[in-house]
Design a protein around this ligand. Sequence first.
Ligand code: PLP
Ligand code: ZN
Length: 421
Amino acid sequence: MSFLYELRCKECGKTWGNVPRSFCEDCFSPLEVSYDYDSLKKIARRENLAARPFNMWRYAELLPLPEDFSAPNATGGTPLVASHNLASQWGLKNLYFKNDAVCFPSLSFKDRVVATALTAARRFGLETVGCSSTGNLANAVAAQAAQQGFDACVFIPADLEPAKVLNTAVYGARIVRINGNYDHVSRLCAQIADRFQWGLVNVNLRPYYSEGSKTHGFEIAEQLGWTLPDNVVVPMAGGSLITKIAKAFKELVILGWVEPKPVKFFGAQATGCSPISDGVKRNLVRFAPQKPHTIARSLAIGNPADGPFAMKLIRDSGGWAEDISDPEIVAAIKLLAETEGIFTETAGGVTAGVTKKLIAQNRIKPDETTVVCITGNGLKTTDAIAAEFPATEAIAPRLDAFEAYLDTQLGATASAAGGKR
Ligand SMILES: *Cc1c(COP(=O)(O)O)cnc(C)c1O
Ligand SMILES: [Zn+2]
């Protein structure tokens, strides 16, 4: 290999150098960045990380970055939250939430993939960047394009949550709303990438984009003191993140940064859009595409590009996939907020709710170390839970009004507590 990394076909293995393209011209299978690990072992040392800031760029050697690369931002480096309350409620000894709801700059794990994709866009001399998006990706492209001086043009289904549209518009990105669902938007973007010299991060830059997801996995291992967990629960839309966390763990083993260990991968979807979990549960060879209908808009991809790879990973690892209903998603969002103080969007509700289900099914066991991936922020999907919290009546700014209010609220409880309420 003449480079430390280059694109390789996932099926036929043919290499293509480094170019803005996502599929093999010979067999039309997806391309992936493949590394020369023998050479990497000599330059990528765990000791080097100590001097670097805690963000995704600390793993630079394990990402497809050009030689003259310098970190453009401080994306990643999110908390791994050790759970106490939910862990005891669910009867688990070691439960963690990897919290990308607070990822910089646009509050979802999509900031990681956009960060590596824009590095590729710059290297290939592409001045306009964009994406097809279920919301979070558009936010991340718009924010980082603004910061790094790219023109941005993003394509979204017309009926996306208002907060996600606003969170894109504010950065000055051009937004093209499409009458159709995500899968229609995605097909259009494939044609646009062919016609224009644009860097569509999840289309022609997809191999570079998806490598950014590995940093979510690298951080989990480092935050667990350079060990791997027994279980990971990951939300699935296109099915890329789950496969890239697996790739990250595998690379850390190859480099000798962690001890090898079997990790079970669990995939989470909403029942209203569950082609991958349905395929796993029914033991299908190929998943059946679906027409999405769920409040978990960020996961609403009915024909997931990496679905087959996600299914294979889940099966080979001894894990499982599950899905939950919209009311269960809302309940899980509230549960995570009330117990751990983490406010996640619908995708995080899916992941937390599916974790609960997997524990009830005894697929996740009490003594194991389990990491649950929270990938997006609750402030972006307030519509999904607003009905749960009707506005309370306002009162006069007087002590007697507050006392009267307390009486109506607490009634017998307040009186029972005596004068001290
Ligand atoms: C996109 C997205 C996912 C799923 O990512 P894939 O790699 O497409 O499976 C999960 N959570 C959130 C919040 C997302 O925006
Ligand atoms: Zn091929």
